[in-house]
Write a protein that binds this ligand. Sequence first.
Ligand code: NAG
Ligand code: NAG
Ligand code: NAG
Ligand code: NAG
Length: 529
Amino acid sequence: MSSTVFLLLMASPLVHSGVLLTYPQARFPPLDYLPDDLTMPPCGVPKPTKPFYTTFHIVDSYNISWIAPGATNSTYRIRLVDSDGLTVEQLPGIISEDETTQMIKLRSPCEQCMLLIEQVAQNGKVFRSCADVNVVRATVRDDEQCSQRGSLMNSTCQCESGFTGNQCQYFAQCETNEDCLNGGICVDQPDALIKKRCFCSYGFFGQRCDQKFNSQNDHCFAYDEPVAADLPLYGMFNPRCFQRHDLSANDRIYSRKVDNEVEVILDFDTENWLSLGWRPTELSTSCRLFPILEDTRGRISEMDQVARREFVAKPVMPKNNGFTELGLKSSLHPMDCVDVIMASVRNGRLFISDFYSRDRSTPLEDYWYDGEMSLSAAYGVQQDGRSIVMFRRELREFEPTDHPLGPNEILIVWSKGDTQMGNSFQGTNRGVEKLRLAETVNVTFEQPPPPSTNELAFGVKNVVHDRLEPMAVTTTREPSETTRHPMHIPTPPPPPSTSTPESTSTESENSAPATSVFLLMLLTFIVFF
Ligand SMILES: *[C@@H]1O[C@H](CO)[C@@H](O)[C@H](O)[C@H]1NC(C)=O
Ligand SMILES: *[C@@H]1O[C@H](CO)[C@@H](O)[C@H](O)[C@H]1NC(C)=O
Ligand SMILES: *[C@@H]1O[C@H](CO)[C@@H](O)[C@H](O)[C@H]1NC(C)=O
Ligand SMILES: *[C@@H]1O[C@H](CO)[C@@H](O)[C@H](O)[C@H]1NC(C)=O
């Protein structure tokens, strides 16, 4: 339950701000919470050893764009800054609060420079985002018009898989429904960093809806069909098999440990986005040193094409962490260093993925940090205005972007209600708790349950059958162990292979997450300051 400390944090005024350039492409890692008092100038993110440069031509006009999660009444300043941090050109200040695009014309040639956008929030705080740019005199060549991520045909860019936009300037997970397997649909996310994503049919998950959980029917969860006659809650699960944790009057979590895995069901009163973040209750503030931006992980091919692919597949980390001393010493915020699940159900289809947040930034999917999506199952339905989303994962952590779900009590942050990616949370749609999620719940059934039937259509509410009343329900508390994640400083991952640039193929994305790194998630989570 919430301690006083958490209540105090929750009572902090909600001023949610942050900005992230989407065109030109923001410097890696694309964090959108880089306040100028906690991170180092000019960008908050140091220059990568192999930056991704967007080319601008002087005289031509460009519509630059950004996302500003939850910002209201902010103003913006845009500058062209050279590699020494000196301002080369100050562009006219802006802007109306809802504007996230601006036509600009640059007049000064500037190689290996930065386009810097600064957001002045309503409370005076300044946030920023940088993109590495070359401003040159040359006229546009055809092969440059599609951001080197597509080819020009009939004056129209045909983008490679993973990119979209009239100049292929944006990230996308899919282009049409055909890119989403097993009945999934491709959904626009205009206010997010990734402009299109797959939402998957019941039981499927993964970037292309290509993953599915293989299970035996245990009469506790509807693994095989959206509505199982023998499952009392939503036709989806039997609550007696789970431990229930109430988060608010209308929002709750169910959880249970099954062998080495934990099943978590979010049962939230919302038809919009929902999310759950967690970390060990005790964690050193040094967790924010991950990702290790001092690790250059060298060995990048000199070929431009390869370099570009390397960027897409394995971004090269910059040389320091970008934090000021104050930033590093400040105490952990509930949103710092959290493993995060974010999900949304739409038209009976689910989007869910595994994210990590270093700070109050919008969480980024794990593969941005060389991690992998570590879910082994995911299911989602909507009924009566509620979203019910189950995910299953191994108990232990796998990599620096993961935290274990137990066996100890963990700190969780939850939120719900975001209508679209890029909006902020309001009011009481969020919270911080300490919970024990990984507990074995032993259920024995009085009589052999009947075979589940397939007669009920999806959408039938609260199918209740009495035959499966459990005889006994007991809860086992796992023995306490010392936290296995005290420092959270990972060993550097192996350097990327230089000899085999990954093709941007559409097949088997799940087996090689590095090939599908074009995805960045941009759903606003919760930010308290
Ligand atoms: C920029 O956007 C405006 C408004 O959508 C549009 O009229 C204009 O043609 C665009 N300019 C360029 C250079 O893309
Ligand atoms: C934005 O500013 C306007 C005018 O000053 C004010 O009426 C409005 O309440 C502000 N919006 C927010 C969300 O603070
Ligand atoms: C290009 O446009 C012309 C005229 O609209 C059309 O006939 C042709 O098929 C197009 N070519 C391609 C490759 O789309
Ligand atoms: C519950 O089941 C687990 C695993 O089978 C077992 O170790 C534990 O003793 C059981 N707990 C109770 C209270 O029966």
